[in-house]
Design a protein around this ligand. Structure first.
Ligand code: NAI
Ligand code: 15L
Length: 274
């Protein structure tokens, strides 16, 4: 049973990075009940601050700027960064230096809880007929997946060393609806994402918990038994979109989108050979 967010607000000020992005725009609306103040940040422009909001432009690769950004917040939802496969140099500043800056700033400013937007691409090289849990060895499918894997290790280290707790959400595909056959398995509705974030914020003693962010789809590749303490019970299911998705041409059986959990990401790159 989801906690009534209006009954208690455990956090005065929540920081959301990546607030100008696809998920950030959604969470800007749905996270409103969970804090007195939402601090919204991105490198890109955002809509001006409304009631109960603060807007702060910040490049995650800028250590000093991130330290200023984190000053005064109680918990962080780290959704900012490069969200697709790109050359390593682009991933390095935003995702790898960026996640380090966020954790160091959290340590210095006494932040005790982080929700990290990890990705299914930390395990993207598994085949679609395999079922994984949070202890399955990671098999990143590119520099982007590697950066999320590094972020999870950063979370683990900062818990062991400094007691900063993190829920790393390995988000599947969080869009208004599944866009292809693969996403029939990986889809995470916005409502289920919001519920999962609520559980990640409210559940005590999470240590470093890894949870797969996926809706209650008919066929899923990920088992969340190791994150059962969160009490995440997804409500939505991709089946309602099946006819629409299956009206698309069928890809070849050996297309990465049909073979690997990470889909087309496994075949992106190499970059910089030209
Ligand atoms: P998005 O690309 O729409 O949003 C990411 C935001 O990060 C953008 O607004 C961008 O301007 C910002 N950003 C990029 N570089 C930055 C930098 N150096 N400093 C500050 N901000 C920077 O991605 P989306 O779909 O909203 O995803 C949000 C997060 O969730 C990302 O971390 C992504 O990796 C993760 N995720 C999303 C999934 C999805 O299905 N939407 C699946 C798995 C993970
Ligand atoms: C991700 O990690 C990306 O951020 C998102 O744009 C989707 O491509 C998603 O994974 C996916 O695997 O569908």
């Amino acid at each position: 049973m989801a906690t009534d967010p209006t009954a208690q607000k455990p956090f005065d000020r929540l920081l959301l990075t990546g607030a100008a992005g696809g998920l950030g725009k959604v969470l800007r609306e749905t996270l409103r009940p969970y804090a007195k103040t939402l601090r919204l940040s991105d490198i890109a422009d955002m809509a001006p601050a409304g009631s109960g909001e603060e807007v702060q432009i910040c490049d995650l690769s800028d250590k000093q700027a991130v330290h200023q950004l984190v000053d005064g917040v109680d918990a962080i939802l780290h959704f900012g960064g490069v969200s697709v496969e790109r050359p390593f140099e682009e991933i390095l500043g935003a995702n790898i230096c960026g996640v380090f800056h966020i954790y160091e700033a959290a340590r210095r400013h006494g932040v005790k809880r982080i929700i990290f937007a990890s990705s299914n691409h930390v395990i993207g090289f598994y085949k679609q007929d395999e079922t994984l849990d949070a202890h399955s060895p990671r098999r990143p499918d590119g520099y982007y997946g590697l950066s999320k894997s590094y972020g999870e290790d950063m979370a683990s280290f900062y818990f062991d060393r400094y007691g900063i707790e993190t829920v790393s959400i390995r988000i599947g595909s969080s869009f208004p609806e599944p866009q292809n056959r693969r996403m029939m398995s990986t889809w995470l509705s916005f409502d289920d994402l919001t519920q999962l974030i609520e559980r990640a914020l409210y559940t005590p003693n999470v240590g470093h918990t890894v949870v797969y962010g996926v809706s209650d789809n008919k066929t899923v590749w990920w088992n969340n038994h190791l994150a059962s303490h969160l009490g995440f019970t997804p409500k939505d299911c991709s089946e309602v979109f099946r006819d629409k998705v299956e009206a698309q041409p069928m890809p070849a059986a050996d297309d990465p989108a049909m073979v690997y959990q990470g889909g087309a990401f496994v075949a992106a790159g190499p970059f910089g050979d030209e």
